[in-house]
Design a protein around this ligand. Structure first.
Ligand code: SF4
Length: 476
């Protein structure tokens, strides 16, 4: 979500007349911060410290800080780093160009943090990073109160976008050549709660299935509490919806889930997975897991390992619990000692790796359809391979032997010859290569743009300075 917000910030600034510049000689630098990762504030103030000499040398340079950390720290940021010009929050990214202009005109810092959403961010212009895949927000904010999570206090209550607007943005992206869309929300399964339709998400998936030219639909993240059978049916019955599901587990222990205030239990979680596998035997299921939540016992931890084995995850993002100031869990009495957390984390990683490797090995010899990507294969240059994602989301490095002109955005079919825990290799000749409009756009260096409707944002004309791209730190 944070990466996508950065696309909005870039698009917004470009629409206001700014152009991209290298960080060294940029006249405006924007930090889009994340408060979910540990040490986010150290990283921000470290980065701001690095920019201080440049700001002293060139006082007209402007520095803006937005995102969750700005929403949390507010005026503190300009107290700690008085060389910052603009602080804007998660609810008013549309105000950034006007705030830069006001700060420049008044020669003083502008701090503006709103308590609720001013304009749904998707109505703002976006400068998309990928020619073949795009993010589309369906909701922002979250009505849950997980005790470890800072998101609700920084992103507010869930706001749903109307289905017609979501589909219009999907269609606009496809018209630009995009083949894959990921529908984004903190909890996609509660989509519709605001306009009174509990089945809205399944319907949205089916509607996306009717968009001509859209080859892949993904979504993130669902919440097990609100997961309904109609969503599984929509996934199974809509041909362009990918059989990949990222469903955060967080813990396999009912006691820990209760303390986390996540209102599903292990049985429900595994029940959803059984239904998904019954409807889509080829589904790849991925998850997020936290180890060492306050009060977690060895027995609780074993329940998490049980779920990892039973669920047969194809990948898992694993985290060591660390307190986030301002969350209920941060002040819980029975914090688990660091050494215990570390030990459990290493054991979890081992079980996750065994599981994901076994799942990947089962795919050797099968044919995969790969959407060729940029930047997914660090060793590609050395190995002569290209990389991309299979329909189920798995990373595939493939040999291109005998096939010239394969471009990011194109579609290749190939056979898996080797499995590693976190990727697949396909070292034979590709079975087929399909040139796509996304590949044409990549070759032409043309990024998709969605214009948005710049509601609530004053038009300020072309500013006299050039801007750096918004800098994304991390995603939730
Ligand atoms: S972890 Fe996810 S579901 Fe829970 S409060 Fe945070 S954003 Fe909401």
């Amino acid at each position: 979500m944070n990466v996508h917000d950065s696309e909005r910030i870039s698009g917004l600034l470009e629409a206001a007349g700014y152009v991209r510049a290298e960080a060294d000689d940029a006249d405006v630098v924007v930090f889009n911060t994340c408060a979910v990762r540990e040490n986010a504030d150290n990283r921000l103030y470290g980065n701001l410290g690095h920019l201080r000499p440049a700001k002293t040398r060139r006082p007209d340079m402007q520095i803006a800080v937005g995102g969750c950390l700005a929403q949390k720290d507010r005026g503190e940021i300009v107290k700690k780093a008085p060389w910052v010009d603009v602080v804007f929050g998660t609810h008013n990214i549309g105000s950034l160009p006007a705030m830069l202009e006001r700060a420049r005109h008044n020669a003083e810092a502008e701090v503006e943090i709103l308590e609720s959403l001013e304009v749904f961010p998707s109505t703002l212009p976006a400068r998309r990073e990928s020619t073949y895949a795009g993010w589309v927000s369906i909701s922002v904010g979250c009505n849950n109160t997980c005790t470890f999570c800072i998101v609700p206090s920084l992103r507010g209550k869930e706001k749903d976008r109307r289905p017609g607007e979501v589909l219009a943005e999907v269609e606009a992206l496809v018209a630009e050549g995009v083949l894959e869309v990921t529908l984004l929300g903190q909890n996609v399964n509660s989509y519709g709660v605001e306009f009174g339709d509990r089945l809205a998400f399944g319907k949205l998936l089916r509607s996306a299935g009717a968009v001509e030219g859209l080859e892949r639909v993904r979504f993130t993240s669902p919440h097990p509490k609100d997961f309904t059978d109609d969503v599984i049916a929509a996934m199974a019955e809509t041909p362009n919806v990918c059989h990949s599901l990222h469903m955060p587990l967080q813990s396999g222990s009912d006691a820990v889930l209760k303390a986390m205030r996540r209102s599903y239990r292990q049985e429900r979680y595994l029940g959803i997975i059984d239904k998904v596998r019954a409807a889509m035997p080829d589904a790849a299921i991925t998850t997020d897991i936290i180890v060492g939540f306050p009060g977690e016992t060895e027995d609780d931890f074993q329940r998490t390992l049980d779920v990892v084995r039973a669920a047969r995850f194809s990948s898992a993002f694993t985290f060591q619990y660390s307190p986030r100031p301002g969350t209920p869990a941060a002040t819980m009495a029975d914090q688990v000692p660091k050494a215990v957390v570390q030990d459990r984390y290493e054991r979890l990683m081992q079980v996750v790796e065994e599981t994901t490797w076994a799942e990947n090995k089962a795919l050797v010899g099968s044919t995969v359809e790969v959407l060729v990507a940029v930047g997914e294969g660090r060793k590609d240059e050395r190995t002569g391979r290209m990389s991309g994602r299979a329909r189920d989301g798995r990373l595939v490095h493939f040999a291109t032997d005998g096939r010239d002109g394969i471009r990011p955005g194109d579609i290749v079919e190939t056979v898996v010859t080797y499995a590693a825990p976190h990727h697949l290799n396909a070292d034979g000749d590709p079975l087929s290569h399909r040139r796509t409009r996304a590949g044409d756009a990549f070759e032409a260096g043309r990024a998709p743009r969605t214009p948005g409707v710049s509601l609530g944002m004053p038009t300020i004309g072309r500013p006299p300075v050039q801007a750096a791209p918004a800098s994304a730190c991390a995603t939730h």
